[in-house]
Ligand binder design. Structure first.
Ligand code: GLU
Length: 303
């Protein structure tokens, strides 16, 4: 096994909540159990969604929950030159075109796939002048991509048919998550991505970009996304409560149980994490893409 370097990459759209705490926990434990490094990257590339102060609040919460990361925290908003350079490399290969379609036009003319509208390729052959307002899309050709996830098994996707040419730089000039994450993972020497299965369908796009940019493909581990009993994802959008420092011990225990791990009987966050690293068992993570929090805490894997 090559040296392990993992990451936790929250978007600063609000404080850490139970769902993102699980992402921190799983990525941290997998890295430390492998004797690897674990870095934190604040994914504030989408300035329109960034909440001022949320990135710092997340870092304070991570500290209060006993997490220790390696090196300096990276902020995507300070790394846009790297995304622009990668885009220029793809453009030089003739793989980028300007798309002037509005969201409404795409929604009206497109089929709908796993991630919403499949771009029908309207602007692909139009040679729209790059000075025209619009988005930069990647020309996706004949790309069925497959990868083996450590929990979910083999995942394959025909990116052309299921996603279509996707946006790398938005109409508002912000770089897209798919581009930023691939560039950062490569630039930061990441070997392993451990994150929630809501991003499972993004991986083939990321693997495709890695290949086109000459980057190594990473190892992936997707754990189930925490949902409410109703099946709704626990996210900042559904106003999941901020993970309260005073509840750190209980929340770490619940997070470990959610991941199918034993929750050590310890009184301090760092001690819990130390035991959890020693006991980390990725094979015990429920092999599903969604799991209700109540079911996990009750010890019911719901498989
Ligand atoms: N920033 C993304 C999020 O908070 C995670 C991206 C990733 O782990 O690749 O949902």
């Amino acid at each position: 096994m090559s040296a392990y370097r993992g990451r936790f990459a929250p978007s600063p759209t609000g404080p850490l909540h139970f769902g993102s705490l699980i992402a921190a926990l799983a990525s941290f434990l997998d890295a430390r159990a492998a004797g690897g490094e674990w870095i934190v990257r604040i994914e504030d590339v989408d300035e329109s969604r960034t909440v001022p102060g949320a990135g710092d609040a997340i870092l304070r919460q991570l500290e209060a929950f006993g997490f220790e990361w390696d090196g300096a925290v990276a902020w995507q908003s300070r790394r846009t030159h790297l995304y622009e350079a990668a885009l220029a490399r793809l453009r030089a290969q003739g793989l980028i075109y300007r798309c002037r379609c509005s969201r409404r036009e795409i929604a009206d003319s497109a089929l709908h796939g796993v991630e919403g509208a499949i771009y029908p390729g309207t602007c692909r052959a139009l040679g729209v002048d790059p000075s025209t307002p619009g988005a930069d899309r990647l020309l996706v050709a004949g790309a069925t991509l497959a990868f083996d996830d450590r929990v979910q098994g083999r995942i394959s996707q025909d990116v052309t048919r299921e996603i279509g040419d996707f946006v790398l730089k938005r109409r508002d000039a912000l770089h897209a998550y798919q581009l930023a994450v691939v560039v950062d993972d490569a630039d930061q020497g990441i070997t392993d991505v451990v994150r929630g299965a809501d991003l499972l369908h993004s991986t083939p796009r990321q693997v495709l970009l890695q290949r086109l940019l000459g980057f190594a493909t990473l190892r992936y581990l997707y754990f189930p996304v925490a949902t409410h009993e109703s099946g709704e994802k626990l996210s900042k959008q559904t106003l999941a409560a901020a993970a309260d420092d005073r509840e750190a011990v209980a929340l770490l225990g619940a997070g470990l149980r959610f991941l199918g791990q034993e929750a050590p009987d310890a009184a301090a966050p760092r001690e819990i994490l130390r035991h959890a690293i020693a006991g980390w068992s990725p094979d015990a993570i429920p092999r599903r893409t969604e799991l209700a929090v109540g079911a996990a805490s009750a010890g019911n894997r719901g498989v």
